[in-house]
Design a binder for this molecule. Structure first.
Ligand code: DOR
Ligand code: ZN
Length: 353
């Protein structure tokens, strides 16, 4: 590393939404340019609830990749109240790497999610035994719980209990947004890790709400107070391997975001690593980026580090105001803003295989 360029082991994205069909074709090449692998979220409609569906979805992703791409999608099972230990075993036998807990109603396409975690205990038991990680959307959904408190309440009402009932279960507390979550992960055993998004490192709720509502910063779990943002940056740059990269890039059209009932999701896939570089540089911690982006997640999932590298150049550039998406338009995170680092990447060949 010098002050002008930084070469890293190619990163992985441990939490990504790529959708399906034409939408998938619009976005997956962007991640493939930046990342070696990605954990593919299963919240399609209908969701990916068994091994056969995961295999079909994997094939669809592979066939939507740009020519010569070496990108590897890592498939995830969507847990419902009816997921059985046998489903878990079949998923493992088909190279599905994890299962995702969406509390029913917590977010996009979570209607088939879990209504009561206790119903799933036999399934969690099997995951604990086989070493399959549980990926958690950590928010309660009860109407009376304030949206800004839903993650903290989830820790106290659900996660502590699950961790204590399944001490050997590997858990990724996804897209953490609070100091409460940072503290919980730090204090837990090495089985508990977490992903952190670029938007939660670069923004807090003022960025979303002061001076007019900014729908393109709205995601779930929602941005919190500045003190939580500070705790997340601190965790990300700490060199603690429990905290690693997961963008939660979640594409929705501009129209669906700029609406009376705007969809939750921030689209960061095209410039994910540059966004993280922005946050790490601002914190004076560029030397900590490679562990967070390229090593700790792979280590947690017991996968090798990527053999390819990427190079970032210190160079100001402006994020485009919009991009083509699914025959429509999408607004990327930090659109029209200047970022200080740029990925040196060959121009994309957008023609799918
Ligand atoms: O903001 C979000 N968008 N959070 C999620 O949990 C789901 C995601 C999506 O799929 O759009
Ligand atoms: Zn997500």
């Amino acid at each position: 590393m010098n002050n002008k360029t930084l070469t890293l082991i190619k990163p992985d994205d441990w939490h990504l939404h790529v959708r399906s069909g034409a939408a998938l074709k619009s976005v997956v090449g962007m991640t493939a340019t930046q990342m070696g692998r990605a954990i593919i979220m299963p919240n399609l409609n209908p969701p990916v609830t068994n091994a056969a569906q995961a295999n079909i979805y994997r094939e669809e992703i592979l066939s939507a990749l740009p020519k010569d791409s070496t990108f590897t999608p890592l498939m995830v099972l969507y847990l419902t109240d009816n997921t059985t230990p046998k489903d878990i075993q079949e998923a493992m036998d088909n190279n599905v790497v994890a299962a995702k807990l969406y509390p029913a109603g917590a977010t996009t396409n979570s209607d088939s999610g879990v209504t009561n975690i206790v119903k799933l205990y036999p399934t969690l038991e099997r995951m604990q035994k086989t070493g399959m990680p549980l990926l958690v959307h950590g928010e309660v959904t009860r109407n009376e719980v304030d949206i800004f408190d839903r993650e903290a309440v989830f820790i106290d009402e659900v996660l502590r209990q699950v961790v204590s009932d399944f001490p050997e279960l590997k858990i990724v507390f996804e897209h953490i947004t609070t100091k409460n979550a940072v503290d919980f992960v730090r204090e837990s055993s090495d089985n508990i890790a977490s992903t952190i998004t670029p938007q939660h490192l670069l923004n807090n709720r003022n960025d979303m709400l002061v001076g007019g509502i900014k729908p393109h910063t709205y995601c779930l779990p929602v941005l919190k107070r500045a003190e939580h943002q500070v705790a997340l940056v601190d965790a990300a740059i700490s060199g603690n391997a429990k905290f690693f990269l997961g963008t939660d890039s979640a594409p929705h059209t501009k129209h669906d975001k700029e609406s009376a009932c705007g969809c939750a999701g921030v689209f960061s896939a095209p410039h994910a690593i540059e966004l993280y570089a922005q946050a790490f540089d601002k914190a004076g911690a560029m030397d900590k980026l490679e562990g967070f982006a390229s090593k700790f997640g792979a280590d947690f999932y017991h996968l090798p580090h990527n053999t390819q590298t990427i190079t970032l150049k210190k160079q100001n550039w402006t994020v485009p105001n919009e991009l083509e998406f699914n025959g429509d338009v999408i607004v990327p995170f930090m659109a029209t803003k200047t970022l200080n680092w740029r990925l040196e990447a060959p121009p994309l060949d957008w023609t799918p295989n």
